[in-house]
Design a protein around this ligand. Sequence first.
Ligand code: E4P
Length: 222
Amino acid sequence: MKFFIDTANVEQIKKAYKVGVLSGVTTNPSLVAKEGVKFEDRIAEILREVPGVESVSAEVTPDAETAEEMIAQANELIKINDNDPNITIKLPMTLAGLEACRYLADKGVKTNVTLIFTVNQALLAARAGATYVSPFLGRLDDISEDGVQLIVKVAELFRIHNLDAQIIAASVRHPDHVTRVAMAGAHIATIPFSVIEQISKHPLTDQGLAKFAADWKNTVLA
Ligand code: E4P
């Protein structure tokens, strides 16, 4: 399973990129709004900061309701960084979003269909030519459903039918989500920087480092 970072914060993106584990970035209107910056400028900045990653998702804005409006926005987004091939147009899981997805996929543009909450939605998005489908597990947990089970089922479905779309486990909230979606066969987990930090840590690692440091100091001083 690959890691994408789920943020529009450039400092966090730069830190994760530097570690060398990042394969992509996902943003959404809420994440960009939190940064208080112009959407297109921030996407351009992100694209410049992460050369070599496979995908940077930029979502069409909520006021684009028809496929035509989404495609018009996508055509502008594609130009942001000189037709960067890794810009990925994030589209809502609606019939209009699927129509735009099919159009863009046929033009060779990467797409990410977002706000997926059922197996059927994932199947539709895959059949509309999506490069990525994003089932949201945390938001299902929030309403007392089992979000990880959705990833388990979508992964199984894609295997049975040999579907090419990659599954991005989205709305990931904690380390256990990461382990379980990796075991379930998600191709990618998009996670906040705080969770990247959390999964790098263990109290026994800290204890072990402290012990090595203390023993080393005693040896050097002996
Ligand atoms: C994915 O692409 C979304 O940006 C994201 O994972 C949403 O997560 P949230 O439910 O924590 O807002």
